[in-house]
Design a protein around this ligand. Structure first.
Ligand code: 13P
Length: 250
């Protein structure tokens, strides 16, 4: 099995002072863990979290970034600004960016290519809505999201990309995909990556599951052959809930 990659997406939670206090404890608590661990704070909380995590193995990522380097884009944050802070990781294409802020597959692809241009690591999110799943369009939707989102990416750049499969109906709802359903979707995504690149790239790609991951289901999800990690929302906001997910194998 690959090294597990457990990430916490804080969404719009944690002020700079709350984030710093949390990250300090988390950084200490993950010493010696076998998993790769990341947190993605809101933009303004990032500097305080970077300071608190300094010298530790905790990766600090952004939740989003602009598809431009600079210019008249009010309210946006450039990859150059993130890099200048020391942030090398970014989540792109989260379903909340897609559904609430109207980000298309094409815009997400522009962001992803820009992140790669700046040598950043990307957690690239995909996932179907309940309506898409129930109307039998699961594979069509996932294939489109992967093909368009990764257009123009070269095989050797895929090591910079983690794919996060987050079925929209499982996010923040308490409903988790069963380990078998999640594994089937991951296996399908891996086949699409193989078609686009190669078997070697597909096997090496880390695919996280996201959507109501908690301490009680992390182990069962992580034991599936195609699930290599987790992207955690709500349960990443307390150490009590997040640490057992990080240490799912203990
Ligand atoms: P929840 O874990 O709160 O369902 O959120 C999942 C998610 O969207 C992580 O990016």
């Amino acid at each position: 099995m690959k090294q597990a990659y457990i990430a916490g997406n804080w969404k719009m939670n944690m002020t700079p002072s709350e984030g710093a206090a949390f990250a300090k404890e988390l950084a200490k608590a993950i010493e010696g863990t076998g998993s790769k661990v990341m947190v993605a704070p809101p933009f303004v909380t990032i500097p305080a979290v970077l300071k608190a995590a300094k010298g530790s193995a905790l990766i600090v990522a952004a939740q989003n970034m602009a598809n431009h380097e600079s210019g008249a884009y009010t309210g946006e944050v450039s990859p150059l600004m993130l890099k200048d802070l020391g942030v090398n990781d970014v989540i792109l294409g989260h379903s909340e960016r897609r559904s609430i802020y109207g980000e298309s597959d094409e815009v997400i692809n522009e962001k992803l290519l820009l992140a790669l241009k700046h040598d950043m690591n990307v957690v690239f999110c995909i996932g179907e809505t309940l309506e898409e799943r129930e109307s039998g369009r699961l594979e069509e939707v996932l294939e489109r999201q992967v093909r368009v989102g990764l257009a123009g990416v070269k095989g050797d750049q895929m090591k910079k990309i983690t794919i996060a499969y987050e079925p929209v109906w499982a996010i923040g709802t308490g409903k988790t995909a069963t380990p078998d359903d999640a594994n089937d979707a991951h296996a399908f995504v891996r086949r699409v990556v193989e078609k686009l690149f190669s078997k070697g790239v597909a096997e090496a790609t880390v695919i996280q599951y996201g959507g109501s991951v908690k301490a009680s289901n992390a182990k069962a999800l992580m034991s599936m052959p195609h699930i290599d990690g987790a992207l955690v929302g709500g349960a990443s906001l307390s150490l009590e809930q997040f640490l057992p997910i990080v240490n799912f194998d203990k």
